[in-house]
Design a protein around this ligand. Structure first.
Ligand SMILES: [Zn+2]
Length: 152
């Protein structure tokens, strides 16, 4: 697929040191449009949607918030730790959306695998189908994430 000039600007915003220190791209050299379309394909192959994945991430965040920084057991399946810091992050797609700075850690009790994400991760998945570039500290590979969340 072709990268539009607007997406070129968005991708610039995503680089390390622009909106956030680490940025959203890791060491991924692909065009943003290709990162998104490859992950879209993975999500479709799983029989899922971005909305389903985003909803589960959001539900776990809300459960975890009840712990105020302490671990919360969700359905004897996950341990969730939500740590809030001050401030907001603007969406790199530049449409005025702001997400709170919060780190969410989810550990699957049976597989012992864990992921970290933030409210902007949820927004980027839900609204833009963007799971972040390879090597980004907050990249959520759709297949690994769906397994960990027990969606497949
Ligand atoms: Zn956005």
């Amino acid at each position: 697929m072709k990268q539009t000039p607007d997406l070129v600007k968005v991708q610039e915003n995503m680089r390390a040191g622009q909106i956030t220190g680490p940025g959203f791209l890791g060491n991924d050299e692909r065009n943003l449009v290709d990162i998104i379309s490859e992950d879209t394909l993975k999500v479709e192959e799983l029989g899922l949607t971005n909305e389903i994945i985003a909803c589960k991430l959001e539900m776990l965040m809300h459960q975890g918030e009840k712990g105020f920084g302490s671990p919360v057991n969700v359905d004897n399946t996950f341990i969730v730790i939500v740590e809030e810091s001050r401030g907001y992050i603007p969406c790199p797609f530049r449409h005025g959306h702001l997400s709170k700075k919060v780190n969410i850690n989810v550990r699957n009790l049976s597989t012992r695998k864990e992921i970290d994400y933030t409210p902007i991760s949820i927004h980027l998945i839900r609204e833009h189908g963007f799971y972040q570039g390879k090597g980004s500290i907050y990249r959520l590979d759709p297949v690994e994430t769906a397994k960990l969340l027990e969606l497949i």
